[in-house]
Design a protein around this ligand. Structure first.
Ligand SMILES: N[C@@H](CCC(=O)N[C@@H](CS)C(=O)NCC(=O)O)C(=O)O
Length: 333
């Protein structure tokens, strides 16, 4: 893990020790918004208008938070407008780096070796954890935002006039319901698997584990009566759940000891995951090779041998039978 304090890199720390064995995720530090006309968004400064070719996304295919942003880039028709670089899946002492791995790229913007160099280029005195995703402004040579939940909101609407894609994954009439389910899913599922996997006491692990499966049971029940989390329209909430479910059997079940059940044991959650995976443009954002390599190799205190399991075999392409056929969905995009 890499932490910057006043622009200086610190590599010898571990988050959960100071929190009674419990893993606590820290807030992101760059919080500006891209808006259609460059006016300021809810936080940060203005001056970041939606423009084709101006912005760049740094991701890891392994990271579920970065994965959300790649999905929104795909489903909102932004692939030609926003370029991407992909870090090496092995997160080392100095954090994320650029290096040789199938599907990984060099840093096309400043030829950096490590992601932290982008952070200190943006602000030489920056303090905070160096995380993906990072939304970079090529023109101002700075980080617009490094908080995935905000980046997907920008992608959802800021570029609509340029792309003509007006599919709204955070529609005004559903915002209350989306915010509510997001909070439950974030605390207990998205971050819940990390709280189980990074726990350093038995109690912290068990309470994260119990809550995770309690919420998965509730979601399984909910998805038995409706197609998506807040009804019959797909929203941001579904994509936010999807990135954790897509990793569940490959890493969270084994590596993070979230092993009461596998995803494939929940018929509705598993079919829901397949449906979202089969959504046009999404399958290519799911790289199980990066996902498995990242978790099993980077967390050497959990898996000291660094051996990456060969299995399990997961067939995301099996028919999902959850309503309209995918050919009809193409029309939505
Ligand atoms: N709040 C951030 C969290 C992102 C995050 O924690 N990313 C992880 C990878 S999955 C990371 O880069 N961690 C770096 C580290 O722990 O040193 C977001 O949602 O954008």
């Amino acid at each position: 893990m890499s932490l910057l304090i006043e622009g200086k890199l610190h590599t010898d720390w571990f988050e959960s020790e100071s929190e009674g064995g419990e893993f606590v995720r820290k807030d992101s530090m760059f919080r500006h918004w891209i808006t259609p006309d460059g006016s300021p968004g809810p936080t940060g400064e203005g001056g970041f208008p939606a423009e084709a070719g101006r912005y760049h996304l740094y991701v890891s295919y392994a990271c579920p938070w970065a994965h959300r942003t790649l999905i929104f880039r795909a489903i909102k028709g932004l692939r030609d407008l926003i370029s991407v670089d992909v870090v090496h899946p092995h997160m080392q002492a100095e954090g994320w780096h650029f290096g040789e791995f199938p599907g990984a790229t060099p840093d096309s913007q400043m030829g950096a070796h490590h992601l932290h160099q982008l952070y200190t280029r943006a602000d030489p005195k920056v303090s905070g954890i160096v995380t993906v995703p990072v939304l970079w402004d090529k023109q101002r040579q700075t980080i617009v935002n490094n908080e995935s939940s905000e980046i997907i909101r920008m992608f959802n609407s800021a570029f609509d006039d340029l792309t003509g894609n007006r599919h709204d994954y955070y529609p005004a009439d559903l915002q209350g319901a989306i915010d509510e389910i997001n909070a439950t899913v974030y605390d207990n599922v998205n971050n819940g698997v990390y709280r189980a996997g990074f726990a350093t006491t038995q109690d912290a692990y068990e309470s994260a584990f119990d809550r995770l499966f309690e919420v998965l049971d509730e979601l399984e029940e909910r998805l038995s009566g409706q197609r998506y989390l807040v009804g019959n329209r797909i929203t941001e909430a579904d994509w936010r759940l999807f990135t954790t479910l897509a990793r569940f059997d490959a890493v969270y079940h084994g590596h993070f000891k979230c092993n009461r059940n596998r995803l494939v044991d929940f018929p509705n959650l598993w079919a829901f995951t397949r449906e979202l995976y089969q959504w046009p443009g999404v399958a290519e954002t799911v790289r199980l090779d990066h996902i498995k390599h990242h978790y099993y190799v980077s967390h050497d205190w959990i898996n000291p041998t660094g051996i990456v399991p060969r299995g399990p075999k997961i067939d995301f392409d099996q028919p999902h039978h959850r309503g309209v056929h995918r050919d009809e969905r193409e029309v939505l995009l």
